[in-house]
Design a protein around this ligand. Structure first.
Ligand SMILES: [Fe+2]
Length: 259
């Protein structure tokens, strides 16, 4: 295996998932992986699962999936601000209520991490970080020394994560890499409506390509309104700017946004 597609949090955005699957197929990847958080934010949670299964997407469990699968009381998203937690509760209770028992069982049984070999690289797929599912590793707040330490500890050359909602890639010592693959669920707080996924190639050296995904965001927004999801969420889908989850952003990432 030398070329794989990596999807981050889907957040119920089945329209972006559909577009990303078609795009990845066109580009001829050997496999498609999803790093977890199938639910949250968007409408109609159960529409994501048939797409994942029909296209053979290999999934690991995010904090959201662990919560929904085990019937926990909250999403374990790791927010600290009361406003962020207020909105997190709304999307969690909507997602939980609208995820079928069969799909909840499927989420419960997903593995927390996955190891694979891509060319000569030992790759670890995880959700937040190798040590904690809901850890936020931001580009501006994470030292290379720490990432090298994680590679050493886990005996791995490439660490791939999602969870924060913002993609980044940093080459490390000895041809090792850290990659946050971004998310399919919502835009990246940059004023554009597209979302992102990543393609990793080892032919033979590792390259990382972040791929923009354009999808029918107006249809998603209309369905979110029909489902009476918060207008703050719909605004993010329509404008590309975050209106929630801003408190957890470090200053550098926050300054790139509008708020
Ligand atoms: Fe997450």
């Amino acid at each position: 295996m030398t070329r794989i597609a990596l999807f981050g949090g889907i957040y119920n955005n089945y329209l972006a998932l559909e577009a990303a699957l078609a795009d990845a197929r066109r580009r001829g990847v050997d496999a498609v992986h999803c790093l977890g958080d199938m639910g949250a934010f968007g409408p109609h949670p159960d529409r994501v699962f048939p797409l994942l299964r029909d296209h053979g997407v290999l999934c690991i469990q995010g904090n959201y999936d662990n919560s929904v699968g085990n019937g926990l009381g909250d999403c374990q998203c790791g927010y600290t601000d009361p406003r962020d937690n207020y909105f997190a509760r709304i999307s969690y209770s909507y997602t939980f209520k609208n995820t079928s028992a069969v799909n909840r069982d499927w989420l419960r049984d997903l593995p927390a991490q996955r190891r694979l070999l891509l060319g000569r690289y030992r790759v670890l797929l995880c959700h937040g970080s190798p040590r904690r599912t809901n850890e936020f590793l931001w580009e501006s707040a994470t030292s290379s020394a720490f990432l090298n330490y994680l590679c050493d500890t886990h005996q791995i050359d490439v660490i791939c994560t999602t969870h924060t909602g913002i993609k980044w890639h940093r080459p490390l010592d000895n041809d090792r890499h850290f990659i946050n693959v971004g998310v399919l669920g919502r835009p990246e707080n940059d004023g554009t409506t597209n979302v992102w996924y990543a393609i990793l190639s080892a032919e033979p050296n590792l390259t990382v390509e972040f791929v923009p995904v354009h999808y029918d965001f107006q249809r998603l927004a209309a369905e979110m309104r029909e489902e009476k999801l918060p207008e703050e969420f719909v605004e993010t889908i329509e404008t590309g700017w975050w209106t929630t989850c801003l408190e957890i952003l470090p200053g550098k990432e926050r300054r790139r946004g509008r708020m």
